[in-house]
Design a protein around this ligand. Structure first.
Ligand code: 8OZ
Length: 373
């Protein structure tokens, strides 16, 4: 069994350790443009012996339509590609690795964030019972999501194309790969789950149909940049953003069996309720993650298995002993740029300040201290 601090070959990514910095939305990219301050923040966490063996960027919109929150970054135009280069260069300068998380929020958006003030798009015209964030006069404000419209069948190839284009841009910006965000009730998760997908065409109804868009997106991206540079994030039972499905176990088993031939770099599983109880349950019985992994391996799947949600050192060690390959840490990385060193040395951890999670500047972002050497 490997320990957290040993190297791992993850598809085409050679990682120095198994400690991963989880994707973290921080809302510090006005106009969807990545900034110099963001480059500083990522570089602070990028040296793999003190910081992360792999950084997963904050969720990044693949198109204007894909945006659902104020001041989140994008990856659909050249200016954004140029802006992200500062981040990838800073990470690589200290020997780190970073992938970009590709995001389409679907119905978790607001008309004020959409092109031309149009309604957000979704599998079906069902409003998500959740909030999003607008920034008005410099202040973050939680608002209800807007009523979405259902995507027409002939719009779906364009969504797949937007993912493909964004993946190509990510490589052009210097990222080592991409992670597709299909978790937490956003567009791809909305298609997967029966609560948000009530389509009657080839993309709704049966498990096979609800999984179709995600599988097409993964195939397109693997075709564009190579499966060994592609990760996927799933959250089989989370209720985040009004995500509901009556039978998650057969749904996610089917998805992973279909994806096995793509030889993806890694699968990133949020266990339980995102940022909440790890034993959260949807469906008739507790979700069996070991059975899911076994089904994937039996189908020939080779991707590294990354686990996430409220991990500390002890839980991470036991997950690795149980066969996980990588462990993602979110909130701990906000407050501890040198989290890997602190975990290795058993040092005290800085506490994250919730008030500065979303929006603002350097405070609560680039001013957390590392241990002095
Ligand atoms: C917190 C705030 C806004 C977005 C997710 C991308 O839940 C997010 C997110 C988290 O995956």
């Amino acid at each position: 069994m490997a320990t957290l601090f040993e190297p791992a070959q993850v598809g085409q990514l050679s990682l120095a350790t198994r400690v991963v910095m989880a994707p973290l939305t921080r809302n510090r990219a006005p106009g969807a443009l990545p900034t110099e301050l963001m480059a500083t923040y990522y570089a602070q966490r990028a040296d793999p012996h003190n910081g992360a063996g792999l950084i997963i960027s904050e969720a990044t919109a693949i198109s204007h339509q894909a945006q659902g929150y104020a001041d989140v970054p994008g990856i659909w135009n050249d200016e954004q590609v140029q802006g992200w280069k500062r981040t990838t260069q800073g990470v690589h300068a200290v020997g780190g690795k970073i992938v970009l998380q590709l995001w389409h929020v679907g119905r978790v958006s607001h008309v004020d964030l959409q092109p031309g003030g149009q309604p957000p798009v979704a599998p079906s015209a069902i409003t998500a019972k959740t909030k999003t964030v607008l920034i008005k006069n410099g202040l973050a404000e939680f608002v209800d999501t807007s009523a979405p419209r259902a995507l027409a069948l002939d719009e779906l190839p364009g969504i797949v194309q937007d993912y493909r284009h964004a993946a190509r841009n990510a490589i052009a910006a210097g990222f080592d790969g991409v992670e597709v965000h299909a978790a937490n009730g956003y567009l791809l998760d909305q298609f997967l789950r029966s609560g948000s997908n009530q389509r009657q065409d080839a993309y709704g109804g049966s498990i096979e149909n609800r999984a179709r868009l995600l599988i097409e997106v993964m195939q397109a991206i693997a075709d564009e940049i190579g499966g060994g540079k592609v990760g996927l994030r799933l959250s089989p039972v989370t209720p985040a953003n009004d995500a509901v499905d009556a039978l998650p176990q057969p749904l996610f088993t089917y998805v992973l069996q279909q994806l096995a031939p793509l030889r993806l770099a890694y699968l990133h599983l949020i266990e339980g309720s995102t940022g909440g109880p790890r034993d959260y349950q949807q469906g008739p019985s507790a979700f069996d993650y070991a059975a899911l992994r076994h089904a994937y391996r039996s189908a020939g799947g080779t991707a590294a298995w990354m686990v996430n949600n409220a991990y500390d050192r002890a839980l991470a060690d036991s997950a690795l002993a149980d066969g996980a390959d990588l462990v993602a840490f979110g909130r701990l990385f906000i407050a501890n740029p040198d989290l890997t060193r602190r975990l290795r040395e058993g040092a005290a951890l800085n506490k994250p300040d919730r008030m500065t999670f979303y929006g603002g500047g350097a405070k609560g972002y680039t001013d957390y201290h590392s241990l002095s050497s």
